[in-house]
Write a protein that binds this ligand. Structure first.
Ligand code: PRT
Ligand code: ZN
Length: 298
C-alpha cells in the first residue's frame, strides 16, 4: 500500500448525507477547495483530502485503506459488513454517531395483509436494496425469505406483484403509507457515523485523525447543548438542577447586594422546552437566558 502523509476522508458525493457531511466538516474548521472532475479535494485548513463517492462504497474504501475516514449511514456499514469482500480488509471502526441522517431499516407489508409476527413471513418474497441485512435476518429467524434485490423504488414492488413485502429505509413513513404499506418490524435504527480504518496510521496521521475526531465530537455535542443562565434563590438550587435536563455541575455566583439570590450558569445537553422555563420561574428563577453553543470540548 502507498504511504500517504495526509489523511483522506470519503463522504457522499450527491444525496441526503452530502451537504450535511460537508457542513459538519466546515463547522469543525475543515473546508475544501471543491473543483469539478477532481478525485481528491485538498483542505487548505487541515492536513486532509476529501473524496466524493457513492455512499455504498464508503465502508469498503475505508476497509481497503483507500480512505482513512468516512462519513456514511450506519445502514451502509451494516450492509457492507455482511458482504464477503469487507472481511478481507483492515476492518472499520465506528468512532461516533454524528446526529443526522437518522432513519431505520424496516420490514413493511401491504396494509391488507395480516401480520402476526415475523414467522408469518416465512417463504415470502421481500424486495430490498439491503440483501445482506435481509438474508441475515432470514437466516437468524429461519424465515427462508426470497430476496428480490432492487437498486431503488423498493416500495412499489408489492404493488407490481413482484414481492410480498419490502425491507427498506424509513424516516417519516410517508413513502410507505402512500404505497399502501405498513411497518411491521425494525431491523435497526441508523444515523450518519464517522468511520475509521482499523489500520494503524503513521504517528503524525494518527495525531491529525484524533484532532479531527475531537473537533467533530465537539461540533456534534454542541448541536444539542445550550448555555443556561438565570438568577434564583440559593435555596432553589437543588430543585433547579433537577428541572434542567442533562445539566452538568453549574457555576453559582453570589449576586452583589442580595444575600439570598445567586446567578446560576450551566451547560445543558438536552432540549429545553418552554414548560421547563415556566417550571424554573415557579422555582423563583428570573432573568432566564438560554443560549446556543457553537463548540464544546469537554
Ligand atoms: O447515490 P448514492 O448511492 O450515494 O445515494 P443513495 O441514493 O444510495 O442514498 P440517499 O442519498 O438516498 O441516502 C443516503 C443515506 O441517507 C442512507 O444510506 C441513510 O443512511 C440516510 N437516510 C436517512 C435515508 C433516509 N433518511 C430515507 N428516508 N435514506 C433513504 N431514505 C428513503 C427511504 O428509503 C424512502 O424511500 O427516503 C424515502 C422517503 O422516506 P420517508 O420515510 O420519509 O417517506
Ligand atoms: Zn447508495
Amino acid at each position: 500500500m502507498e504511504q500517504r502523509e495526509r489523511l483522506r476522508i470519503g463522504i457522499q458525493k450527491n444525496g441526503r448525507l452530502a451537504d450535511r457531511s460537508l457542513a459538519l466538516l466546515s463547522k469543525a474548521g475543515v473546508n475544501f477547495d471543491l473543483r469539478k472532475d477532481r478525485l481528491l479535494h485538498a483542505s487548505p485548513d487541515f492536513p486532509i483530502d476529501l473524496m466524493l463517492v457513492r455512499d455504498d462504497d464508503i465502508p469498503a474504501y475505508v476497509n481497503d485503506g483507500v480512505c482513512d475516514l468516512g462519513i456514511v449511514g450506519e445502514n451502509a456499514v451494516q450492509e457492507a459488513i455482511w458482504a464477503a469482500p469487507v472481511r478481507h480488509g483492515h476492518g472499520v471502526t465506528k468512532l461516533q454517531g454524528l446526529g443526522f441522517g437518522a432513519c431505520r431499516l424496516v420490514i413493511a407489508v401491504p396494509e391488507r395483509l395480516p401480520f402476526d409476527g415475523l414467522a408469518s413471513l416465512r417463504g415470502a418474497r421481500v424486495a430490498t436494496s439491503y440483501p445482506n441485512c435481509l438474508n441475515r435476518l432470514s437466516t437468524e429467524e429461519g424465515l427462508e425469505l426470497e430476496c428480490i434485490q432492487l437498486a431503488g423504488s423498493v416500495e412499489i414492488a408489492p404493488g407490481l406483484g413482484i414481492a410480498d413485502a419490502v425491507c427498506d429505509l424509513v424516516s417519516t413513513g410517508g413513502t410507505l403509507r402512500s404505497n399502501g404499506l405498513r411497518e411491521v418490524f425494525t431491523l435497526f435504527e441508523t444515523e450518519a457515523v464517522l468511520l475509521r480504518t482499523e489500520r494503524t496510521l503513521p504517528a503524525e496521521m494518527e495525531r491529525d485523525l484524533a484532532r479531527l475526531a475531537l473537533r467533530l465530537k465537539g461540533v456534534t455535542r454542541a448541536a444539542n447543548a445550550k448555555y443556561v443562565m438565570m438568577n434564583a434563590p440559593r435555596s432553589a438550587l437543588e430543585r433547579i438542577q433537577q428541572v434542567i435536563p442533562g445539566m452538568e455541575s453549574p457555576t453559582v455566583i453570589p449576586l452583589s447586594g442580595d444575600g439570598d439570590r445567586v446567578a446560576i450558569h450551566a451547560v445543558a445537553y438536552e432540549e429545553i422546552f418552554w414548560e421547563t422555563l415556566e417550571t424554573l420561574q415557579a422555582c423563583g428563577a428570573s432573568s432566564i437566558l438560554v443560549l446556543p453553543i457553537e463548540k464544546v470540548i469537554a
